[in-house]
Design a protein around this ligand. Structure first.
Ligand SMILES: NC(=O)c1ccc[n+]([C@@H]2O[C@H](COP(=O)([O-])OP(=O)(O)OC[C@H]3O[C@@H](n4cnc5c(N)ncnc54)[C@H](O)[C@@H]3O)[C@@H](O)[C@H]2O)c1
Length: 340
């Protein structure tokens, strides 16, 4: 298929794109390149692409595609909180506009990179896809509202699917150190402390970035009826952990490291545990293979091999919020997060 991947230059996109090409699809990217130069290790994700802000997409950009994988977004709660109005303009309004333009251009499949953070505050019970939404941030709220808007566009000609990713971890050419597993392993590697920034009790469903990529490809290639207008949690039911359990695994797997709680660490209201059995049931080609244990080992080895530096780990290179703030303070991005 001919596939447009928005946000192809991000953490997930730059792992997804080479796999999608290797699977025989013709891939074009679309990105505004907020994280240009924020590289970690070799990058095999260079493809032909449209350098464009999502808010400026036109029907010409969508002509001739069979499918869209929509990943471009302000991609976590802290960046979303920096500017809730931009979060709604990019993550919600521009996403809905993209889908409308895609539908008009004859694109038949639309895969939306949603998030389990739309479940927000939940308890210890496993949440299935029919659970209620309880988002606590602009980011989470934007994911709920895009799914609802896409559902109203679903018909015989246009087939949206909502992939509600768990919290990702793993190595990517556009590494992020603001993801919990990546962060705990990085601290352990750099300082010997496995630093927990909450009280360690919140549940997190965790999924490797390679398994997210596999899910997108499996859904793209699945029969339409199996995925039409469906939401899927993307992860593994046996890979839900409390943050302190992840930290204990890191302590065990990174020699010489010790769990420590950050000063003033308090509760984190975001807490949810999700069941992920629906996707492999509807799409048997999807078989997630990664465990958090293996991901910790992979990260520790990659940090050693690439010589991870503290200033990159804590700074603009790998922390989304710091990067966006830095571009704003240097006058490169304006208050609407548009390039000046
Ligand atoms: N990483 C996770 O844990 C996770 C979990 C659940 C859902 N998701 C979702 O998956 C998607 C990708 O996440 P990621 O971790 O790769 O994020 P990322 O921040 O690494 O990448 C996002 C990409 O989108 C681009 N982008 C942002 N705003 C844009 C705009 N206005 N116009 C064009 N491009 C723009 C950025 O330049 C970047 O390359 C996002 O929609 C995110 O919400 C991620």
């Amino acid at each position: 298929m001919r596939v447009l991947v928005t946000g192809h230059h991000g953490f997930i996109g730059s792992v997804l794109v080479p796999r999608l090409s290797a699977a025989g699809h013709e891939v074009v990217g679309l990105d505004t390149f907020y994280y240009e130069g924020c590289d970690f290790g070799p990058d095999g994700s260079a493809i032909s692409c449209i350098r464009r802000d999502l808010r400026d997409v036109t029907s010409d950009d969508l002509a001739g595609f069979d499918a869209v994988m929509h990943l471009a977004a302000l991609s976590n709660d802290p960046v979303g909180d920096l500017s809730p109005s931009c979060t709604y303009a990019i993550n919600l309004d521009a996403s809905v506009h993209l889908a409308q333009v895609a539908k008009r251009a004859g694109v038949r499949r639309f895969l939306f990179s949603s998030s389990c953070s739309l479940y927000g505050v939940a308890g210890d019970d496993f949440l299935h896809e029919n659970a209620g939404f309880n988002p606590i941030t602009a980011y989470g709220e934007s994911k709920v509202r895009v799914e609802q808007a896409l559902a109203s566009l679903a018909d015989a000609t246009f087939s949206p699917t909502y992939l509600r990713n768990a919290t990702a971890y793993g190595v990517s050419p556009r590494l992020r150190s603001d993801l919990v597993v990546n962060n705990l392993v990085g601290h352990a590697h750099l300082t010997g402390d496995v630093l927990i920034k909450s009280d360690g009790t919140p549940w997190r469903p965790l999924v490797h970035v390679q398994d997210i990529s596999a899910a997108f490809i499996a859904v793209l290639e699945a029969p339409r009826d199996a995925v039409h207008n469906q939401a899927f949690n993307v992860g593994r039911t046996d890979q839900n952990f409390r943050v302190r359990e992840v930290a204990e695994m890191v302590e065990e797997l990174v020699p010489g490291s010790k769990v420590r709680y950050a000063e003033g660490a308090g509760p984190d209201p975001r807490c949810y545990r999700v069941a992920c059995d629906k996707l492999p049931k509807h799409v048997p080609a999807f078989r997630p293979t990664w465990t958090v244990r293996r991901g910790i080992e992979e990260l520790a080895e990659a940090y050693r091999r690439c010589g991870l530096r503290a200033e990159d780990f804590e700074g603009e290179r790998y922390v989304r919020l710091r990067r966006v703030r830095g571009l704003m303070s240097r006058g490169k991005l304006d208050a609407d997060l548009r390039w000046v």
